[in-house]
Ligand binder design. Sequence first.
Ligand code: ATP
Ligand code: MG
Ligand code: MG
Ligand code: MG
Length: 439
Amino acid sequence: MRLSRYFLPVLKEDPKEAQIVSHRLMLRAGMVKQQAAGIYSWLPLGFKVLKRIEDIVHQEQQRAGHIPLLMPTLQSADLWRESGRYEAYGEEMLRITDRHKRDLLYGPTNEEMITDIFRSGVTSYRDLPMTLYHIQWKFRDEVRPRFGVMRGREFLMKDGYNFDLTREDALHAYNRHLVSYLRTYERMGLQAIPMRADSGPIGGEDTHEFLVLAETGESEVFYDSAITDLTFGDREIDYDDVEQCQAVMNEFTSRYARTDETHDEAVFAEIPEDRRRSARGIEVGQIFYFGTKYSEPMGATVVGPDGKKVPVHMGSHGIGVSRLVGAIIEASHDDKGIIWPEGVTPFHVGIVNLKQGDGSTDSSCEAIYAELKARGMDPLYDDRDERAGAKFATMDLIGLPWRITVGPRGLANNKVELTSRRTGESEEMSPKEAIARLE
Ligand code: ATP
Ligand code: MG
Ligand code: MG
Ligand code: MG
């Protein structure tokens, strides 16, 4: 992409409505535009990041054997009357009436609808285990939408639902989700710690939230600092292997880590004092096991091996896809702007032309730009007629991990500069070497 032809409405001044750094930087970098309280348009740069996060979520869910589909945003109230949640859900649910006076709602979550899909298509235990998921916009009429996309009213969520014959199978599905989530967040350059939590309106007995530690987080958390040493890394995992998934679950939940709802001072006090931490965190996902809470009232049954009909055991598992954009920025920025982890960056590298209009500088930039694209990379070329300082400021603000700076002085010796956004370190090398380094 050439910046001269892109739509990147950066702001010079700090927007005063933004209270936290991710919101401020997303507005300044022209990633989103607020359309109403808690409702945003995703401008081109923000949309690219959102899509990259979505791609990672899709890849990791499918790696775990989970099946993608797509359910609508609007749902019939009747489904929710079957589970008893239509009244119970309260004011967070946006209720809508159509021209025929039929009650609809903008889905805040999809347990009812997926249970309806399941019951109309699956009748035998032989089709289990099954996990269906989608990535779709949700609406929750939050009392206080704030912090930009972190607490929106309309937000993008991945929600997945497992259907199993037994409680044991459903707990394996729970563990499988935990493992896939660990991989997902790490690929985004995040440390998200699974913490024992409370199940809230979804209901159920088992639940963990995944939290990214950040001062601006809305959750209060308590943990043993030893848990922050754990990383999933690139270990091989067989998602059908019950013991292997259980072992990962045990490893990542053996240390104390809880949100305030389940925090227990007495248990916490047993941890050596120098490892006891209380902090703030951003909830970026949650997994639940809730057994037959929905399958029973809604009649989602299968015929088991003994020929008897039984309600399936279920769980639901969510990732806050749009909230993650903000969470990643909270975890990765400096006073100049965003620092994208490679896994989610909107462009791989920025090219800064220090002397736009200078024949040899322009042609060198063009050649680098073409070569990067030919090698499958996605560069952003700042070909605007702007001062070097302004170009650097834009690149720093939008946070691409690498920058290639091209100017007539360096080119006289066949040199360009390759700069890391994270370390700020620059190195001079030939254009060819710079391209090779980025591959
Ligand atoms: P919160 O405690 O922040 O209100 P939640 O527990 O109500 O979140 P879940 O029902 O667990 O949310 O939904 C799954 C994920 O969707 C959450 O972990 C979070 O990352 C994301 N999410 C929930 N509400 C919002 C929101 N208003 N804006 C953006 N993302 C959200
Ligand atoms: Mg909520
Ligand atoms: Mg919550
Ligand atoms: Mg939650």
